[in-house]
Structures are given as C-alpha cells and as structure tokens.
Design a protein around this ligand. Structure first.
Ligand SMILES: Cc1cc2nc3c(=O)[nH]c(=O)nc-3n(C[C@H](O)[C@H](O)[C@H](O)COP(=O)(O)OP(=O)(O)OC[C@H]3O[C@@H](n4cnc5c(N)ncnc54)[C@H](O)[C@@H]3O)c2cc1C
Length: 324
C-alpha cells in the first residue's frame, strides 16, 4: 500500500513510522522547512527558544517507548526544575503530583524530536499541499497517486482540503485557541529561580505560561544570560493577534520586570511567533471521524487532545486503522 501524508508534525510522523514498519510505502508532504510542526524551535545567535510546545511529558503513552527506547537519546534532556504557578504574578510552588511527571526537551531544541522521528522517512519539505483529487479508489496530489491519504494539519486547515474532494466528516466541533508566543533574550543578566516555568492555571492573566529556557536546558542562552518564552493567554492572544512585536513586547516587559526587577529595560533578542491554531479547546473524536476500511484518515491533536503525546497517539491509531 502506498500512503500519502499531509503534514510532518508529530502525528504525521507517528503515522508514517507505524505504516513504514508494517511495510507500506509512505510519502509525507510538509509545507515548512523541516519536520516537527508545532514542536518547534527558533535560534537567534547564542539564544535558543522552544517557540511552540515547551516540553514532552511522559504519561505512559506510545511516545514514551519511542523517545526512551527507539530514538537516539544523546541530546535528550530531563528537565530537573519543576513548574511553579503564578496568580496575578504572585509566585507559588506548583502542584506536587503534576510535577512528579517526567518532562523532557532536547538540548539543541525540542524540534530535535521531529528530526529524529523523520529519520529514514520520505519527508518532502517546503511542499504545501493545495490540491487533492480522487483517482479511482485512491488520491492524486503533488504529482503522485496514492492508495490512501492521511490529513494531519489543524482541523480548520484539514477541513479546507476535505472540501476539494467533497468528503465530509464530523469535525465541525473542533475549535482551537490562538497563542502569541514572545521570545526574549537578555545577554548580561542570569535570572535564577527554583522553577523552569511559571503557569497561570486559570488563564485569566495575559501571561499564561512563562518558560525560563536557560533553566530548562543547558545552552539556551550565552554564559551569564537569560532566555524567556512568554506564552500569552487565549483571550490576550485573540485580541492582540495583529499587534506588532514591539507592542506585545511592551506588555510582556511590564510583567517580566515585576517578576524579575533586575532584568535590563530592553532585551537583546526579541521574536514573536503567532500561532493561529495553538492547541484545541474542543476536539472532534478520532473514533467518530475515522473508521476501519476508510482510505482517508484524519489525525492530529484536533481528534484527541492538544498535547504532543496525544498527537503521536492519534497518528499511530489511524495508521493501525488503515492497516486493518
Ligand atoms: C504555543 C504552544 C505551546 C504548546 N505547549 C505544549 C506543551 O508544553 N506540551 C505538549 O505536549 N503540547 C504542547 N503544545 C501542543 C503540541 O505542540 C501539539 O498538540 C502537537 O505538536 C500537534 O501535533 P500535530 O501533528 O497534530 O500538528 P502539527 O504539529 O501542527 O503538524 C501539522 C503539520 O502539517 C503541516 N501542514 C499544514 N498544512 C499543510 C499543507 N497544506 N501541506 C503540507 N503541510 C501542511 C504543518 O506545517 C505542520 O508541520 C503546544 C502548542 C503550542 C502552539
């Protein structure tokens, strides 16, 4: 069986690995420059920021075995500091039970995961799939004919591809939050803390998650420096999505200076990632959307849950359905 996969994020790569192990021929088309999707990293000089997902939690799912058993572990980093919480910028120790979960990233950046998962697969990067046609029982796209197709982009983008082949699936209730993710690098000041990240669980404060990248993993900032990723709340991100980097920076700096008064007035490095579809707030159900015998499958976090391990699980599940 020859299978085409649109998107080489975690779910697409999981599906591809499962199908390849079962002897299928698999092609992945990915619109970005590399694999990994929202498990993404940005580099600026000596600064490294995980700009999308910030860590991989081990929760006893398929991905644990893959990361700890199959993939190269040379760059894998177990994050030793916990996540604490803040309420209106007042900081307190985090939930002990939640912090008992092992969390990982990779020293060169969390996007190493995508690179490792993609090894040995036919991933065609910088290839955005815009047109899909039916071809007999199969499909035609990007000059190839495939027996089966797996769509992995966030559901609103998958939905646009489905219209082209007049295919309808029960996915209308999948909705995503947007997220502004601001990266800030400071060369001259090393902020130390007993935590590697701060979470605002109620998502009422604009600063919903702050990662201190230099405390999360070695090598994320130059010696004596600090690297932060500020993820803004869904309501802040929605209302301010079109604002400039400078405008968002001014808001974030107010919060950072309240938390860390020693920080210089301006960072040396600033970058803003605008995630239109960051994580689903409501998902479609994988088992309602896909059935054994279908030649078209839909996977990704939009049919399970907005986490790396769920995206991986969804890819494995649809690949197994296809193999049935
Ligand atoms: C800011 C942020 C913070 C997060 N924090 C965490 C966290 O700490 N822990 C956690 O577990 N999860 C976190 N997540 C969620 C996690 O990143 C996602 O759930 C997971 O990566 C989704 O994987 P996926 O394969 O479903 O989708 P994606 O990773 O989005 O993969 C889909 C791929 O399809 C490609 N694509 C789309 N359209 C096309 C097309 N037409 N043609 C070709 N390619 C296409 C995209 O470029 C992308 O690579 C976070 C996400 C964000 C954005």
């Amino acid at each position: 069986m020859k299978v085409g996969i649109v998107g080489a994020g975690t779910s697409g790569l999981a599906a591809a690995r499962t199908l390849k192990a079962a002897g299928c021929e698999v092609i992945l088309w990915e619109k970005s420059r590399g694999p990994g999707g929202r498990v993404a990293t940005r580099r600026h000089g000596d600064f490294t920021f995980d700009s999308g997902a910030t860590s991989i939690a081990m929760r006893g799912m398929e991905i644990d075995k893959v990361i700890l058993g199959e993939l190269d572990q040379a760059e894998l980093h177990l994050i030793d500091k916990p996540i604490w919480t803040h309420t209106g910028l007042r900081v307190s120790p985090g939930d002990k039970l939640k912090n008992a979960t092992n969390r990982y990233t990779y020293r060169p950046g969390i996007n190493t995961l995508g690179k490792l998962l993609a090894q040995g697969l036919d991933v065609r990067t910088e290839q955005q799939v815009e047109t899909i046609k039916r071809n007999g029982d199969g499909f035609e796209l990007m000059g190839e004919v495939v027996d089966a197709l797996i769509l992995t982009p966030p559901i609103p983008q998958t939905s646009a591809l489905l219209w082209q082949i007049s295919e309808s699936r029960p996915i209308a209730n999948a909705r995503y939050r947007s997220c502004l993710s601001l990266m800030l690098g400071f060369s001259g000041v090393h902020i130390d803390a007993p935590y590697h990240a701060l979470l605002e669980p109620e998502q009422r404060h604009p600063l919903t998650f702050l990662s201190l990248e230099h405390l999360k993993s070695p090598g994320r900032a130059p010696e004596g420096g600090s690297a932060f990723v500020a993820q803004m709340s869904p309501s802040y991100s929605h209302s301010n999505f079109a604002r400039t980097t400078e405008e968002v920076l001014q808001d974030v700096l107010v919060y950072l200076h309240r938390l860390y008064p020693d920080l210089p007035a301006t960072p040396d490095v600033v970058d803003l990632m605008r995630w239109k579809y960051s994580q689903p707030e409501n998902v479609a159900l994988l088992d309602n959307v896909n059935h054994a015998g279908d030649r078209l499958m839909i996977c990704g976090d939009g049919v399970l849950a907005g986490r790396i391990e769920s995206a991986y699980e969804s890819g494995v599940k649809v690949a197994r359905l296809l193999l049935q």
